[in-house]
Design a protein around this ligand. Structure first.
Ligand SMILES: *Cc1c(COP(=O)(O)O)cnc(C)c1O
Length: 400
């Protein structure tokens, strides 16, 4: 079937939730993607920070193929070798004590909220959750209640017990803290909200506040985790340990899998039957995840994310000096945001025509979250293409 026919059918059948870009992808390898017309693209988005080891990494493909031929699913009534191995590995690299597997980011956040409330209730505290303005924690009902008002419109009544405060504002946070508050949830680096990092003293002060007040600190590392910032998790960049941490996106190298981890303090309030899942952490998903994490270790991809990220950031900052439409470059490692003075979608579309996949978020931010193993050459080519797009954009604007 031709691209245009597929697009037409898609428009007819798929619930119109995503405004699709009329491109059909059929193949991927490393940082490259090919559309149905065999045009090659460089992927600077990685399926929204998912393909951290690139598309179809041979080790991940092999792990999935082998596991599919052996055993795909058994339910969590039983033990599976891949899940045990992955649990042990994630607990060790995170410094947390316990893990629970889910199928997505939003589900991980839902679970995190549930166990945080369970802990608070065991201490006789209220159930309120404080989240940050401009945050993103998913699209289920509880996770939209934590997030931006635009995602809540028309979906009321919202679940109760959620309060929002401005990000990076300690005084605003302190004003809301009392015995009714269970937990504070935040992204150490806001992703969807436009790649906005927490300030280090702020995050350290939030941690201290949580300890003093016995409030559960939840870090949503669904986008910032799994090597993205040059560290296993962004918490390591800040040197702040949360009580609960959520993961998904890059965790499965493309397979849908999420998780939340917690410390023994939280785990102590959980009893058999308190939470559950049918698919979460099944042999297929955990085998893929285990292979993905091994690739990150074997290929030194945290180091790569740090070095390539720094190199890319410096070169983007050099472009910022040349082009007025670039207002700021934010982020860490290979989680970067280019803040523009124009809608980012205009630049995103021009880059797409030139064969580079990026993403516009928060209106004027161009988000770059490429595979951690993207080649230096691909980054150089991206910079060249980006500069040409900026020149072209300037020219068009001068003509108007
Ligand atoms: C993407 C994202 C989510 C939601 O993940 P889904 O898998 O789409 O449910 C939650 N939190 C953060 C920080 C994210 O980036």
């Amino acid at each position: 079937m031709k691209n245009i026919d597929l697009h037409t059918k898609d428009q007819q059948y798929y619930l119109p939730t995503f405004k699709r870009i009329p491109l059909t992808f059929v193949k991927g390898k490393g940082s490259k993607l090919w559309d149905i017309e065999n045009k090659e693209y460089t992927d600077m988005l990685a399926g929204i920070a998912v393909n951290n080891v690139g598309h179809c990494h041979p080790k991940v493909v092999e792990a999935i193929q082998d596991q599919a031929a052996e055993l795909m699913h058994i339910s969590n009534f039983f033990v599976s070798p891949a899940q045990v191995a992955l649990s042990e590995l994630l607990v060790k690299i995170s410094g947390m004590d316990r893990i629970f597997f889910t199928n997505s980011g939003a589900e991980s956040v839902e679970g995190a909220i549930k166990i945080a409330r369970r802990y608070a209730h065991s201490k006789g505290r209220g159930g309120k959750i404080i989240s940050m303005e401009n945050s993103f924690h998913g699209r289920t009902l509880a996770t939209i209640a934590t997030g931006q008002p635009k995602y809540q419109e028309g979906f009321g009544p919202m679940p109760s017990g959620f309060i929002q405060v401005p990000f990076n504002d300690l005084e605003a946070l302190k004003k809301e803290v009392n015995q009714d508050v269970t937990a504070i949830i935040l992204e150490p680096i806001q992703g969807e909200g436009g790649i906005i990092p927490a300030e280090k003293p702020y995050l350290q002060a939030v941690k201290q506040l949580c300890e003093e007040e016995d409030i559960v600190l939840i870090f949503d590392e669904i986008q910032s985790g799994i090597g993205r910032t040059g560290y296993w998790f962004a918490k390591d960049l800040y040197g702040v340990q949360p009580d609960i941490m959520t993961l998904a996106k890059g965790l499965g190298g493309g397979m849908p899998i999420g998780a939340f981890l917690c410390n023994e303090k939280i785990a102590g309030s959980i009893q058999y039957g308190d939470h559950g899942t049918t698919f979460g952490g099944n042999p297929m998903a955990t085998a893929a995840s285990l292979a993905t994490l091994k690739v990150i270790v074997e290929e030194n991809l945290r180091q790569a994310a740090k070095e390539k990220g720094n190199w890319l950031k410096e070169n983007l900052q050099a472009l910022q000096k040349k082009f007025q439409i670039i207002q700021d470059i934010r982020g860490e490692g290979l989680m970067l945001g280019i803040v523009l003075s124009v809608p980012a979608i205009e630049i995103m579309q021009k880059l797409l025509k030139a064969g580079f996949i990026t993403n516009a978020t928060a209106g004027n931010v161009l988000r770059l979250v490429p595979p951690l193993n993207i080649e230096q050459k691909a980054l150089e080519n991206f910079l060249t293409a980006f500069e040409l797009v900026l020149i072209q954009h300037e020219k068009e604007n001068n003509e108007q």
